[in-house]
Ligand binder design. Structure first.
Ligand code: PHE
Ligand code: CO
Length: 299
């Protein structure tokens, strides 16, 4: 096997090792050899085909149609900031708008990147966005995050000042968790908030997590289905809870506001990691005896 990221003609390291998801029997799609040491690369906007742009437009339209009844207000308001949706946005133009609002930028990456590199970028208020788009036959489901998931799912809330600060704090917290060997616990917090979080509103629960907002089917399921458990957000509770990567979630955690999320995660996690490690994990789907189930939103 070739060493990834090494140019075998010159022997010069041109990039970084690729990162795979799950069992890793599929080769990663991105060109990691073209990435810089911090894992960022060029978006190469001119390389997108008409088919790529068309696919983005169709994905965008399918999700946008569901937002009014299923997404939180903050997301609906901010999604317009992504700009024209008939083409894949140019990251440089988007970054300019974003920087003016919250001092965040988006940067291109070849795909999934290692934890440390990811945390570092977040701590610097640079959000890594995969630059390639899924294949047309993956319209309904794609295993690895692509440009649609990363942009449509994650970038709108970076325009929200409180959420933007939470993401930076998470990056700093990640660097600290690496030193404390607690990345697995911290990853659960990311999963159940940034990716699959629900928020309480006067109209019932609504989605703010990128994984559900960019999903064709899970968006409605997470907000409306009577099947999954919905329980109040809690840092320790989340860190104890396992999650599913290959089906819809069995549990969603519900926050009251982004300020609650920011404030609840501000304390030092070192003692919390220790407390979590001393307790057994909780399986996805479990509702604890002292917890109140939060009902799905009414249609
Ligand atoms: N307060 C956390 C710590 O001390 C850092 C953090 C903030 C983690 C926000 C996640 C989200 O580790
Ligand atoms: Co994501």
């Amino acid at each position: 096997m070739q060493t990834p990221g090494i140019d075998h003609h010159s022997g010069i390291n041109l990039g970084v090792p690729p990162v795979t998801y799950g069992q890793g029997d599929r080769p990663p799609r991105g060109n990691y050899a073209a990435a810089r040491p911090d894992y960022t690369c060029d978006q190469d906007w001119a390389a997108y085909t008409e088919q790529d742009h068309d696919l983005y437009r169709r994905l965008y339209e399918r999700q946008a149609a569901q937002l009014p009844e299923l997404a939180c207000e903050e997301f609906i308001e901010a999604v317009q900031q992504l700009g024209a949706h008939d083409r894949i946005p140019r990251f440089d133009e988007l970054s300019e708008r974003l920087y003016r609002r919250t001092r965040w930028e988006v940067v291109a990456v070849p795909g999934l990147i290692p934890e440390e590199a990811f945390f570092k970028l977040l701590a610097e208020r640079r959000f890594p966005v995969t630059h390639w788009i899924r294949r047309p036959e993956e319209f309904d489901y794609v295993v690895e995050p692509d440009v649609f998931h990363d942009l449509f799912g994650h970038v709108p809330l970076l325009f929200n000042p409180v959420f933007a600060d939470y993401m930076q704090a998470y990056g700093e917290g990640g660097l600290k968790a690496s030193r404390l060997d607690a990345c697995e616990l911290l990853a659960r917090l990311y999963w159940y908030t940034v990716e699959f979080g629900l928020i309480r509103t006067p109209q019932g629960v609504r989605a703010y997590g990128a994984g559900i907002l960019s999903s064709a089917g899970e968006l409605r399921y997470s907000v409306r289905s009577p099947q999954p458990s919905r329980v109040p957000f809690g840092v320790e509770r989340i860190m104890r809870t396992r999650y599913k990567i290959d089906t819809y979630q069995a549990t969603y955690f519900v926050i009251d506001s982004f300020q609650q999320l920011f404030d609840a995660t501000a304390p030092d996690f070192a003692p919390i990691y220790a407390a979590v490690r001393a307790q057994p994990p909780i399986e996805a789907g479990t509702v604890l005896p002292d917890e109140t189930r939060i009902p799905p939103a009414a249609a």
